[in-house]
Design a protein around this ligand. Structure first.
Ligand code: FES
Ligand SMILES: [Fe+2]
Length: 459
């Protein structure tokens, strides 16, 4: 069958219903354009992926005190992430049980209760309906639990990172994370107290499907080309030509970095082996930032031998850790992908700061965080724009219905290039698309499943 015949009688939809031949749409080495462009597939993803598996919502440091809340989304569902009066973290649907309006119109705050702006129903931050105006107008008992706010039944944190799923049959979060949890541990443990605090975000929105961002999250193939202007800027004054991501410039597959797939759609790109293992090795990679020289000489004056180990805390950790479907740790950032529509996505970069646990001089903590903000401004402003331009241009290219396939076959079929290890993880050279082939197996598994989704309400 030619491509045009297929379009006239699409083999991917059965009987005009939202049923698809997923094995046709995602094959070993290629994916069909429809998975990025079809509104019905997007709609199915909002239950089977964003709902059917663990999705990142927020970081605990964004709601540090009882009664703190922030508003977020799980797929398209508006949520209020709240630490209730007893310290329990809940993900409440941001939807009044009366006529359905969003209850909370703020991004964040602190409150014991939410009052609906429409008719004034008032809810405790546990989700329980506390009262309605002029209750004598209701014949029914308004204490019926059906009036309490719907909540996501499973909300779990891994070392401060809050994830949620509606799927009652999903594995416990730590089991689901598996090997990637160890890499998250390493990312956290280099910071004082093994912790970070999330600060404000750098927000982008692009006209493209959310998967384009996740497909790029471990892509080492594009760096030297897509980010050439950033690499050139970073290295303009660097004599040894070794700042930022310069290790991608010449035959990246022969560098000691690699990618590892750890299961359930999760993977990481480990660029740490490229570093010189000495205090200051990470700092040496940092390209110029405003005020950098002043901080560096001040640190050497104040802290002597210890200065470079402290400056490393301001340097970006050279690892990309990706948890399917929407979470990445990139350098020192948390990056979150939020679907808006089939062809629209938010890409949000949250900066992170170190905490004062007594192991680092208190004034150094403040200065490291000030410097860390500078190092974290670089990539989102000068690199993410390159990536987003690619995502938007892919979406544009995929409009052509006759040209159907997107290839992800780099490294595929070459003997001994990709290694499967005893623990089930898979490693490949930095530019291989093995990570993408693997996360699409997870995508397909979830899209084929009939997930056991539920909500709950306070009794
Ligand atoms: S919609 Fe909330 S009180 Fe009416
Ligand atoms: Fe990129």
């Amino acid at each position: 069958m030619t491509a045009l015949e297929k379009i006239n009688a699409p083999p991917t939809r059965i009987g005009g219903t939202a049923l698809y031949d997923w094995d046709y749409l995602v094959q070993d080495d290629r994916a069909h354009r429809l998975i990025y462009t079809d509104p019905a597939i997007f709609e199915a993803e909002m239950t089977n992926i964003f709902g059917g598996t663990w999705t990142y919502l927020a970081h605990e440091s964004e709601i540090p005190s009882d009664n703190d809340f922030i508003t977020r989304r799980l797929g398209l569902r508006p949520l209020i992430i709240v630490r209730d009066a007893n310290g329990k973290i809940r993900a409440l649907y941001n939807r009044c049980t009366h006529r359905g309006t969003t209850l909370c119109r703020w991004d964040k705050g602190n409150t014991k209760s939410f009052q609906c702006p429409y008719h004034g129903w008032n809810f405790l931050n546990t989700g329980k309906l506390r009262g309605v105006p002029w209750p004598e107008g209701y014949a029914e008992d308004m204490r019926d639990p059906k009036y309490n706010i719907a909540q996501v039944p499973r909300v779990e944190s891994y070392r401060g990172f809050i994830f949620a799923t509606l799927n009652m049959d999903a594995l416990p979060l730590t089991e689901h994370l598996g090997t990637i949890a160890k890499i998250i541990d390493e990312w956290l443990d280099r910071n004082p107290g093994g912790k970070v605090v999330v600060c404000e975000a750098n927000r982008f929105r692009y006209k493209g499907n959310w998967k384009l961002a996740y497909d790029n999250s471990c892509d080492g193939y594009h760096v030297a080309y897509s980010h050439r202007s950033l690499l050139e800027t970073e290295n303009r004054f660097a004599g040894e030509n070794a700042k930022g991501m310069a290790y991608y410039r010449n035959s990246p597959d022969t560098q000691p970095m690699y990618m590892r797939y750890t299961g359930h759609g999760n993977h990481f790109k480990d660029k740490r082996p490229n570093l010189e293992k000495r205090p200051g090795g990470l700092w040496a990679l940092e390209s110029a930032h405003p005020g950098m020289e002043h901080y560096e000489s001040e640190f050497i004056k104040r802290y002597g031998d210890r200065a470079f180990a402290l400056l490393d805390l301001a340097g970006s950790e050279p690892v990309n850790i990706n948890v399917f479907p929407n979470f990445s740790l990139l350098g020192n950032h948390i990056q979150v992908f939020e679907p808006v529509g089939v062809e629209e996505t938010n890409a949000i970069w949250y900066g992170t700061m170190i905490v004062d646990d007594g192991s680092v001089p208190a004034d150094a903590v403040t200065d490291i965080n000030a410097l860390r903000m500078r190092t974290q401004e670089g990539f989102p402003n000068f690199g993410e724009v390159d990536d987003i331009a690619n995502f938007e241009q892919i979406q544009r290219g995929l409009i052509a219905p006759e040209d159907e396939w997107v290839y992800m076959n780099r490294g595929f079929g070459i003997p001994d290039r990709i290694k499967t290890h005893d623990d089930g993880t898979i490693t490949a050279p930095a530019t291989d698309e093995a990570f993408m082939r693997e996360h699409f197996k997870e995508w397909k598994r979830l899209m084929k499943a009939r997930p056991n989704l539920a909500i709950q309400r306070e009794p």
